[in-house]
Design a binder for this molecule. Structure first.
Ligand SMILES: [Zn+2]
Length: 363
């Protein structure tokens, strides 16, 4: 109660390049946090979940990177995967699934020996297989998909998977996972995922003429290129806040708590460990205040049109508050790399949705 968060610490074991989500410890109070915020007198109503579904491997590219293999081992692994895929295809025929479901499932069983073993052992029900027949369904969330459908019987199954993957079935800050791969460019940090308190990325100063602060080198370089291009169009882009440490976020958040109710503070300030600024991939451009109405400036219009070309996304868009957990922040941009940025900005989706729609791997 006096501690800031009751947290479920997650460790992911990397086994042979496949990420198996493994719950390492119970929902214990973290002892590693450098500083506990002062008493606020506010009830944080943190919910400790025990025995709930194990967390999925967080959405980092580590999931997709195969282990280093000799060419012979790689060939052998490919043969085994193909053999599993074929055998799975045969086993799946008796479950009365659609062709599309069977194809997704056999591909999945090919890539995932553990899941295949479950199928072979008759451990997977038809209902479970039907969920896993959707490419982005995560094996450790099947119960939550069922619960979502029970609560929203009119919903499509595709949407149930999407919503649960975004953790829309959990109140913000209620079930908190430590992100598996803080160095990934697609690291997700929000009100469900936290960075390790001690995490400090490699940083590079943005440099003279680009405003204040530092970012990870790839993001700093991309920001400078973007600001240079904007300048040619007569638009000035400057950073007003880039990387922020856990400690800084901790004092900022707690300063706000003295002025506002926590529910209000949570709509505009991240709790320590939950700020994208700690990744070294996010920055505030030109202003950081709703009163400034940055969304009405030519700089905002320019950014909306061009940011993806430089690998940045508008992270907290208007009308997406329930997904991102934040009110519209026209000044806050996040570096995710060009490919992801183009996909996200073209489709007008949030980063949360983008990650939740990606095919799930591993079991
Ligand atoms: Zn920001």
């Amino acid at each position: 109660m006096h501690k800031f968060t009751i947290r479920r610490w997650i460790q992911l074991l990397l086994v042979g390049g496949l990420c198996l989500g493994t719950l390492a410890t119970s929902g214990a109070v973290s002892q590693e946090e450098p500083a506990s915020p002062p008493e606020t007198g506010l009830s944080l109503s943190q919910e400790v979940k025990t025995g709930a579904a194990a967390p999925e491997p967080a959405a980092g590219p580590s999931v997709e990177e195969p282990a280093a293999q000799t060419p012979e081992q790689a060939l052998q692994a490919a043969k085994e995967a193909e053999s599993r895929r074929r055998r799975a295809s045969g086993l799946l025929a008796r479950y009365g699934l659609t062709r599309e479901q069977r194809e997704t499932l056999s591909a999945r069983m090919g890539a995932d020996a553990a899941l295949f073993q479950k199928l072979e052992g008759g451990e997977l029900s038809r209902a479970e297989l039907a969920w896993l027949g959707l490419p982005n369904a995560r094996p450790d969330r099947l119960d939550r998909y069922d619960a979502w459908m029970e609560a929203h019987p009119e919903d499509s199954r595709e949407n149930a998977v999407l919503q649960v993957n975004i953790d829309q079935d959990q109140p913000f800050y209620s079930l908190i996972w430590e992100t598996a791969d803080p160095d990934s460019l697609s690291v997700l940090v929000n009100k469900h995922y936290t960075l390790p308190a001690g995490y400090v990325p490699e940083l590079e100063a943005l440099g003279k003429g680009y405003g204040s602060g530092s970012l990870r080198p790839e993001a700093a370089q991309a920001f400078r290129a973007m600001a240079d291009a904007a300048k040619k169009d007569g638009i000035a882009l400057r950073s007003v806040s880039a990387y922020r440490s856990y400690k800084t976020q901790n004092s900022t958040y707690n300063r706000y708590l003295k002025q506002y109710r926590q529910a209000t503070v949570d709509t505009f300030s991240a709790r320590p460990g939950h700020s994208e600024h700690q990744t070294g991939l996010a920055l505030d451009i030109n202003v950081a205040s709703t009163r400034a109405h940055f969304e009405r400036t030519p700089a905002f219009a320019w950014l909306k049109e061009h940011c993806a070309e430089y690998g940045f996304i508008l992270r907290y868009d208007q009308g997406k508050e329930t997904l991102t957990g934040y009110r519209f922040e026209p000044w806050h941009y996040r570096y995710v790399g060009e490919e992801a940025a183009q996909a996200i900005m073209d489709q007008g989706i949030t980063f949360e949705e983008y990650l939740a729609l990606r095919p799930a791997l591993g079991g």
